[in-house]
Write a protein that binds this ligand. Structure first.
Ligand code: PEP
Ligand code: MG
Length: 591
């Protein structure tokens, strides 16, 4: 179906920016096949045919992998490797062959039955991260199936004109082949913020929206489509007025981007001298190039859990070390704040066998997991310490909820230091440590925690989840996710006060930190540092350089008397719209 009339959809914007273009639909219509009884004599030829399809699939993946080689997206390689592992997995190969043998059926049917079994198994696990990994299994099965049936693999290589790719989902192998010169954006029916596709979209820095549910069924090749990766809005076949409106918006966005680059080297300071460090969040080392181009003053949050994903065995201390050393050496003399891994919750990993939990966000995740699996934790700590010999590093611990936890963590860190001293390996003996402030109990005892660490960094993504009791990955309660909730703001204010009383710095590294609308409050409340995705840094800096601390204090004092997030939002928006009419208009793409 392709609507002639303008149709608007809203999904999850995972990579910011606007693009207007022509649809290139990846038709993932499933291959068709039916049940054939092959009889006893047909078993061996059928198994041979199945094995040929597997070998052919491996060959295709090798070809994809070769295309990636030389590119700087190392992580794509990991994903292709994961697909290779699935292609060799007993559940795919041996179990399908067993069905061919036992039921004397054709390979397609046996694979279909086995695929359904695996799918059921994943469903019963009821885990968001794992269900996203099921998508990898689906891609691999689809590939084998196409090779069995002899269908051409749908691919996004060989596109010669500018397009916006629309697909039910894009496999990591697809995203690995995205040529940014012609593919200007993409949108998909499914996916969430932790999906590989979303992660890749951000690293490619092309506007993308996922989770649109039905978009691939609503377009045909050549349709006009507008993608706003900042707001998550997608417009199919826009009217000429809307198209013109977006063309103007896009032009303004591009002009703004260009203009913003001119302030890269300028200080992040208000008109009356309030200095705020603007740092970057990274997940993959290759992002360093972009964060430098956007003037990051350092890395305020390096999420290290990605080192553990898409692999069958745990990373060794040396593997960790090589990655951290690369990051630290490339960032120096600027600081890198490495957060120890936060696995569990919605971020599941393959080599560690975490128990299935009723409530994983509040279960054995982050520091709790580390304090239980001390050896795994120490491998990472020793690697971070070793990297500190190559440039300025700080360590940050996620999900600290009380004093005993941080004391125990510090003891383990000391043991890791002793190991290195025993081995004669150099590291920064005065390395600073900090806690993420993302659990309400920690926020409330910030005065006590401040005596234990050198800095705080407020993780608003989890803080809001826990304080307002809203599952951050559940779209049904998304409307309650309010960073400006008075409870959240009061807690932030309390933590800043406690930190400054003790003379330690306090930053913010949750998504809230990169939202220009919130900046006056974050300044007024007295934060020392904000850490955000690369694309937000200059937008935030521009506003920072044009407001005064005094005005921010006035705004903050005022909004702290308000009872609802909505009132606060409205008030700050109007204040900013009056001062920055081009940035904050009613349908502006910046917020
Ligand atoms: C947070 O919780 O705000 C945060 C920065 O950490 P993560 O999003 O990785 O949980
Ligand atoms: Mg967190």
């Amino acid at each position: 179906m392709s609507p002639k009339e303008e149709t608007r959809l809203t999904g999850i914007g995972v990579s910011s920016g606007i693009v207007i273009g022509k649809v290139y639909l990846i038709d993932r219509a499933k291959v068709t096949y039916s049940l054939n009884s092959v009889g006893k004599s047909g078993i061996t030829p059928e198994i041979k045919r199945f094995r040929r399809a597997i070998e052919h699939s491996k060959k295709q993946l090798t070809e994809v992998s070769d295309k990636i080689r030389g590119d700087h997206f190392d992580e794509f390689k990991h994903i292709i490797d994961a697909h290779f592992l699935i292609l060799q997995d007993r559940m795919i190969v041996d179990d399908t062959e067993k069905i061919i043998r036992d039921d004397q059926v054709n390979a397609e049917w046996a694979l279909k039955i086995q695929h359904e079994k695996i799918s059921q198994f994943f469903k019963e696990l009821d885990d968001e991260y794992l269900s996203e990994r099921m998508a990898d299994v689906d891609y691999v099965v689809e590939r084998i199936m196409r090779n069995l049936v002899g269908k051409r693999q749908e691919s996004i290589t060989g596109i010669t004109e500018d397009v916006i790719v629309v697909a039910h989902d894009l496999s990591p192998a697809d995203t690995a082949q995205i040529d940014r010169k012609v593919i200007k954006g993409f949108v998909t029916d499914i996916g969430g913020r932790t999906s590989h596709t979303a992660i890749m979209a951000r690293s490619l820095e092309i506007p993308s929206v996922v989770g649109l549910e039905t978009v691939s069924a609503m377009v045909k090749n050549g349709d006009c489509i507008i993608v706003n990766g900042t707001t998550g809005q997608v417009i199919i076949n826009p009217s000429s007025e809307v198209r013109i409106e977006y063309e103007e918006l896009l032009k303004r966005y591009q002009d703004e981007e260009r203009e913003l680059l001119s302030i890269t080297e300028l200080a992040a300071v208000t008109t009356d001298g309030y200095r705020m460090s603007l740092m970057a969040n990274i997940e993959m080392p290759h992002e360093i190039k972009s964060i430098k181009e956007h003037g990051a003053e350092g890395i305020g949050l390096y999420r290290t859990e990605f080192i553990y994903l898409n692999r069958k065995s745990l990373p060794t201390e040396d593997e960790h070390f090589e990655v951290y050393k690369y990051v630290v050496e490339n960032m120096k003399p600027k600081v890198t704040i490495i957060r120890t891994f936060d696995l569990g919750g919605d971020r599941f990993l393959s080599p560690i066998d975490l128990a299935q939990e009723m409530n994983p966000a509040m279960g054995l995740r982050a520091i709790r997991f580390c304090l239980k699996e001390v050896d795994i934790f120490k491998d990472q700590l020793r690697a971070i310490l070793r990297a500190s010999a190559y440039g300025p590093v700080k360590i940050m611990f996620p999900m600290i909820s009380g004093i005993e936890e941080i004391r125990l963590t510090k003891m383990i860190l000391e043991e890791a230091k002793d190991d290195l001293i025993g081995r004669g390996v150099p590291f920064d003996e005065n390395i600073e440590i900090g806690t993420m402030m993302e659990v309400p109990s920690a926020m409330i005892i910030a005065d006590l925690l401040a005596k234990e660490v050198d800095f705080f960094s407020i993780g608003t993504n989890d803080l809001i989840q826990y304080s307002l009791a809203i599952d951050r990955v559940n779209e049904h309660v998304n409307y309650l996710y309010e960073p400006l909730h008075p409870a959240v703001l009061r807690m932030i204010g309390g933590v800043v006060h406690a930190a400054h009383e003790r003379g330690i710095k306090v930053g913010m590294c949750g998504e809230m930190a990169g939202e220009p609308l919130y900046l006056p409050i974050l300044v007024g409340i007295g934060l020392d540092e904000l850490s955000m995705n690369a694309m937000s840094i200059l937008r935030v800096k521009k506003i920072l350089r044009e407001i005064s601390y005094k005005d921010c204090r006035t705004i903050t004092d005022e909004i702290l008397t308000f009872a609802t997030a909505r009132e606060i939002d409205r008030y700050v928006f109007l204040e900013l719209r009056d001062r920055f009419p081009t940035i904050f208009s009613n349908n502006n793409i910046t917020h």
